[in-house]
Design a protein around this ligand. Structure first.
Ligand code: GDP
Ligand code: MG
Length: 441
């Protein structure tokens, strides 16, 4: 995974203060592989990486992050921006009904989406009408009706026995029906083909022409991978659309299609479908998709928290001490306070790549425990904090009494401190704190 590879990049780049061209290139290479693995189309990857490099060159180096983290942060920000920043809402017609038309390849999830969208709109107080304009497949009308029943909304379809209706005609008549029966939204389900094909495009374009939809949503399967670009371009040119819906995000696709479609068509991704059930549906969240594409949500969270909580100078001083094993109880206390600002310590350490094998130790660290540790350290004299070796039996007794704990707890703390110092030294070596290279006792 990218997270693993990034760990080694982090090591390679540790301890440097500036984003050099080499740093940027090295990290950009990893990002490039991650994007390709996420199925982002190659031309889109190229454009994107070039953009990233440009921005990274001019970037200020932050105190809280090392160069690789800094590049990752920039990549993430750019991804979120390209994926659309804030989510766009459906545009509703001033004079109802609002017409929403669905277009996309067969199997992309249009009919399922029609039901999801209907249910979602009902939840917002709307009274949608589903319209069956996929008259190509024998079972398509029935499938929409079933979905509509589940969502609790009626479906408008050609009368059975009237022969195969004309989808354009059905679409047109459905608008009158919606006015008559006071439906304020009409959702038009259309036919798709397995591949892009002229007849399908023409039919969809004719339906669009006939009903003048307020929104045309291009429905695209997130698993489509590299084909996303061609398909999106074909629908943009053949029918045109105002928004994108990404489906099947419950699968293991990393979601590169989102970036490809967005970059190529410039249209916003509005909804995300993540399952077969009607409730498996949500507004699209660019930030979540960005971390899915990068495959490193935890690292991104960590970067964010590190930036928020760390005082630059203090962090550097402490990190240097951790790396060289000169950590004192005073630093230990300071670090504990700084770390607590970042949230529960177990979460924090669990987010570091490679921290998996320390899970058991982490499980023992809880916040109320930290409160007691803090009290004990506060009960020590500065000399004791700076040089824990001098804490003999009579001092332990005094500290225990002063901080209201058992002597055993003071002993525990001192022992744990030595353990922690050793562990931090090892971690420093692994995660590239300055000075870590010299660590390892
Ligand atoms: P259409 O041909 O575009 O109308 O696609 P359908 O709505 O018929 O969906 C095709 C298949 O994909 C069906 O078996 C759906 O149950 C399934 N499907 C649709 N959306 C999703 C989704 O978000 N996740 C999963 N796992 N399956 C989906
Ligand atoms: Mg369908």
């Amino acid at each position: 995974t990218l997270s693993d590879r990034l760990t080694s990049v982090l090591q390679n780049l540790r301890g440097r203060g500036r984003l050099s061209e080499a740093d940027i290139d090295a990290t950009a290479r990893e990002i490039r592989i991650a994007l390709l693995e996420a199925d982002v189309a190659l031309p889109v990857v190229r454009t994107f990486i070039a953009q990233i490099k440009e921005r990274a060159k001019g970037a200020e180096v932050s105190g809280a992050l090392n160069p690789a983290q800094q590049v990752v942060k920039i990549v993430n920000e750019e991804l979120v921006a390209i994926l659309g920043g804030e989510t766009r809402r459906l545009s509703l017609a001033k004079n109802p009904p609002t017409v929403i038309m669905l277009a996309g390849l067969q199997g992309s999830g249009k009919t399922t989406l029609a039901g999801k969208l209907a249910r979602w709109l009902v939840g917002q107080g709307h009274t949608p009408l589903l319209v069956a304009c996929d008259l190509q497949r024998p079972n398509a009308v029935n499938q929409l009706q079933v979905v509509g029943e589940r969502a609790g909304v009626p479906t408008y379809a050609p009368e059975p026995g009237n022969g195969v209706g004309d989808p354009v005609d059905v679409a047109r008549r459905s608008i009158d029906e919606a006015r008559r029966a006071q439906h304020d939204v009409v959702i038009v389900d259309t036919a798709g083909r397995l591949g892009v094909d002229e007849e399908m495009m023409r039919q969809a374009a004719d339906i669009r022409e006939a009903v003048q939809p307020d929104e045309v949503l291009f429905v695209v399967d997130a698993m489509i991978g590299q084909d996303a670009v061609n398909t999106a371009e074909a629908f943009r040119d053949g029918v045109g659309f105002t928004g994108v819906v990404l489906t099947k995000l419950d699968g293991d696709a990393r979601g590169g299609a989102a970036l490809s479609v967005r970059e190529v068509t410039g249209q916003p991704i509005m909804f995300a479908s993540n399952g077969e059930k009607l409730e498996d549906f949500d507004a699209f969240h660019p930030d979540r998709m960005a971390s899915r594409i990068l495959g490193m949500g935890d690292v991104l969270t960590l970067i964010e928290q590190a930036e928020q909580a760390f005082d630059k100078d203090q962090a550097e001083a402490a990190a240097a001490k951790i790396g060289t094993g000169e950590l004192t109880l005073e630093d230990f206390l300071e670090q504990m306070l700084a770390v607590r600002k970042m949230g529960p310590i177990a979460n924090l350490l669990g987010m570091l790549p490679g921290a998996g094998q320390m899970k058991d130790q982490l499980a023992q660290v809880d916040d109320s425990h930290l409160d007691r540790l803090q009290a004990i350290i506060r009960g020590m004299t500065p000399a004791e904090r700076n040089d824990p070796k001098i804490i003999n039996a009579s001092r332990r007794q005094r500290i225990a009494k002063g901080s209201g704990v058992a002597i055993r707890e003071v002993n525990d703390l001192v022992n744990r401190f030595y353990e922690a110092r050793k562990m931090m030294q090892q971690m420093a070596g692994r995660f590239g704190f300055p000075g870590g290279a010299r660590g390892g006792s």
